[in-house]
Ligand binder design. Structure first.
Ligand SMILES: NC(=O)c1ccc[n+]([C@@H]2O[C@H](COP(=O)([O-])OP(=O)(O)OC[C@H]3O[C@@H](n4cnc5c(N)ncnc54)[C@H](O)[C@@H]3O)[C@@H](O)[C@H]2O)c1
Length: 405
């Protein structure tokens, strides 16, 4: 039961708010096969398939190229992505697609490949000097080539978001670019494409999707529409995550997690995320910890602090996760949610402390300093976190011990 009595909640007083999604969001097992028809409808002449090495290895790139060729379209591939992408790699992708004269991008992969694909599609226009776009100083306002995105993880929701995240290797930080032109013409979510996703990636990206849902649910910029998507994502998470991770060939679990990912992605795209992501970014930039792993680990430690300001939502989240009815004990709801999220790490074989990830304790003050500067995310968090508080969260996560233990 959700706690309507406790639902009286403040929404942002912003004068107006937009709600954006890709032109078409198609969901279905084997919907992947409709890729050719969509390219036909868009009237494109040459396609660049952007993906990564891992997906090339499992044959998903070849399958995408086959579907493109079956519709008589010539194509080129860019599969240089190995790991989470850097701005240098994005520049390489843009150069490749420009030289090949493509007028359509098909991105197939996890968040890494999709971010390169969407940013390549958006940045192809007239950008000789890409640095001002990479720095975020200028925003790409319009996309001139067609773009179709197919996720193979569940997931970042990158196929429905306006964000693309890259590593700035020079400064050892990850930075998110945000532009409506990153939304594709069509997002095709085919759960069958996730069947080959390895267990660790399934766990990390699955909990990442939950992070998107819970952070956007409590975000300063949340709206009743985004909360609806976030709620549904959280309700579908608990019954499906274990099956997707431990029994990856079971299509039902994969379908469930694909819904979690896309619903959470829509909520993230429109309400934004917060402090968990802000604290995760420096871990990616300096230590190259995978995005999903960093978010999954930090989430319980961040929420045990920030959750205090969103008690009614924590009661609801406990209910969405089927942890019980805490309407009369909001503090216990927060405790139950934090414990669930922390225990989940072990159940999904994910790291349970920053020390386990090889992070040096001496680096924590510097990481806290970097995180404290990510205003785009911290200002969307319903709790004002000082640099000192961020450091104390990192210290708890380093030890892997919750404050109340
Ligand atoms: N744009 C957004 O809104 C957004 C949101 C969250 C995260 N991100 C970004 O997404 C990236 C993380 O993405 P991710 O967690 O999806 O992982 P990923 O794209 O980095 O992929 C991880 C690994 O899994 C492999 N893989 C993916 N799908 C597979 C499949 N079906 N079969 C076999 N192997 C498969 C890949 O080849 C890769 O080796 C990070 O760079 C993060 O910053 C973007």
């Amino acid at each position: 039961m959700t706690t309507d009595l406790l639902q009286k909640q403040t929404f942002s007083v912003a004068a107006s708010t937009d709600f954006m999604m890709p032109g078409t969001v198609r969901f279905g097992v084997n919907s992947f096969l409709s890729l050719g028809d969509e390219l036909e409808k868009l009237g494109v002449t040459k396609v660049a398939v952007i993906s990564d090495k891992g997906l090339e290895k499992v044959g998903l790139v070849d399958r995408a190229v086959e579907v493109v060729h079956a519709n008589g379209k010539p194509s080129t591939t860019f599969t240089e992505i190995a790991g989470e992408p850097t701005f240098d790699l994005l520049a390489e992708s843009i150069g490749h697609v420009k030289a090949e004269g493509c007028d359509a991008i098909v991105g197939i992969g996890g968040g890494s490949a999709l971010d390169v694909a969407k940013a390549t599609a958006a940045a192809l226009l007239d950008k000789d000097d890409l640095s001002s776009y990479f720095s975020g100083e200028k925003t790409v306002l319009q996309r001139t080539v067609s773009c179709i995105l197919l996720p193979t993880t569940s997931g970042t929701g990158a196929e429905v978001t306006k964000n693309a995240i890259f590593e700035d290797t020079e400064n050892e930080v990850k930075r998110g670019l945000v532009s409506a032109s990153f939304l594709p013409d069509v997002a095709i979510i085919d759960p069958a494409l996730t069947l080959s996703c390895p267990s660790r990636v399934t766990a990390a990206s699955g909990v990442d999707a939950f992070t998107h849902a819970i952070e956007s649910y409590v975000a300063v910029n949340a709206t009743p529409i985004t909360k609806m998507y976030a709620e549904k994502a959280m309700r579908l998470f608990a019954p499906n995550i274990a099956s997707a991770v431990h029994n990856g060939k079971d299509l039902e679990g994969r379908i469930g997690m694909s819904w979690v990912s896309v619903l959470a992605g829509v909520s993230l795209a429109n309400a934004g995320v917060g402090a968990v992501h802000a604290l995760a970014y420096p871990l990616g930039g300096k230590y190259h910890i995978e995005h999903g792993v960093a978010n999954a680990l930090l989430m319980p430690f961040v929420f045990e602090v920030t959750g205090e300001t969103r008690m009614s939502e924590m009661v609801n989240v406990a209910s969405f996760l089927q942890l019980g009815d805490y309407s009369n004990n909001p503090h216990e709801a927060l405790e139950a949610v934090v414990s669930y999220l922390y225990q989940l790490l072990g159940k999904l074989n994910l790291p349970t402390s920053l020390s386990e990830l090889g992070i040096s304790k001496e680096d924590l003050p510097d990481l806290a300093h970097q995180a404290s500067k990510i205003d785009r995310l911290l200002s969307n968090t319903p709790y004002k976190l000082s640099e000192e508080m961020i450091l104390s969260i990192y210290l708890n996560a380093y030890k892997g011990v919750k404050q109340r233990d």
